[in-house]
Design a binder for this molecule. Sequence first.
Ligand code: AHM
Ligand code: MG
Length: 334
Amino acid sequence: MIPTQTLQRFIHSKQRQHSASTGELTDLLTAISLGVKMISRLVSTAGLKGLYGYSGVTNVQGEAQQILDQEADEILVQLLGSSGHFGSLVSEERDTVISSDQEAQLGLGRKYVVAFDPLDGSSNLGSNIPVGTIFCIFEKPNHGRKASNQDFLQSGKNIVAAGYAVYGAKTSFIYSSGDGVHGFIFDPSLGEFLLTEPELRMPERGSLYSVNEGNYHRWDKRMQRFVDTLKLTDKQAGTPYSSRYVGSLVADFDRNLKKGGVFLYPADNKNEQGKLRLLYECMPLAFIAEQAGGRAIDGQRNILDIVPQNIHERSPLIIGSKYEVDWYQSFKAD
Ligand code: AHM
Ligand code: MG
């Protein structure tokens, strides 16, 4: 069947199913999807415009920012700002929470706050490996009050909507507003995302594992034993698994979402909290995984149960099909 349902029509149809809906979430998702189209164009033409490379700025994480990290961040901040519906934003590329101008000027309390990683996997730029955008939207605990850091320090269980885009051989957009996961592909000739994968489910079990194995000797024994087990030749256990890792979380996660398996970014003796950021990398993807029937943990706790203590907090991440995440959890800690 030829896909005919556009992302806009789909988002609006979801809004109509909720009688109490004010349209604000719809506007936010629309702004993000436009941002994703603009970032997709930016990524695909950057090489022609000489826009690869570092900007000379180091972000709050201590990582060198790429020119495209900054550009993608700017696009989302501007688009979400002009939507008039967010209270504040957290971006991987900004030290502090950004308050909406309108909220500051009018002294109004807005309903939502948005956290995002504008360009995930940007160290892969220039080598034609997919990169992406990750986001999640929370309701502000107190609508009447001005937005603050505290608004983001809530459990992932409160996420209202989350999703990601992958800029690869095609541009795709995957999101959930709490009633399943839905996948769209961008049709450049129409300028629209079209629904191609409604009600996406993650296979209960897969045969792939994704991890930066160069860090093996920095991991704890539990992680080493698990990965060693995945590589054993054991027909009954269904091993060996195949290794797949490109180093762009969105691309590695997207593949495992569709094919099943597990992605691991553990803590190690260099990065004691792992590398990935809880609020705008781990939590949105954990929300998508759970909505699709998968799981995400930090080793012990479900990612969505964790309440971040600060907006740029890092967390270990074990995410994927339920079978493999349960399997990892059955390994005893040292
Ligand atoms: P970024 O948000 O600065 O791009 O960093 C996060 C990326 C993830 O996309 C990816 O999973 C991970 O870093 C790869 O790290 P490593 O190179 O250590 O394997
Ligand atoms: Mg990232």
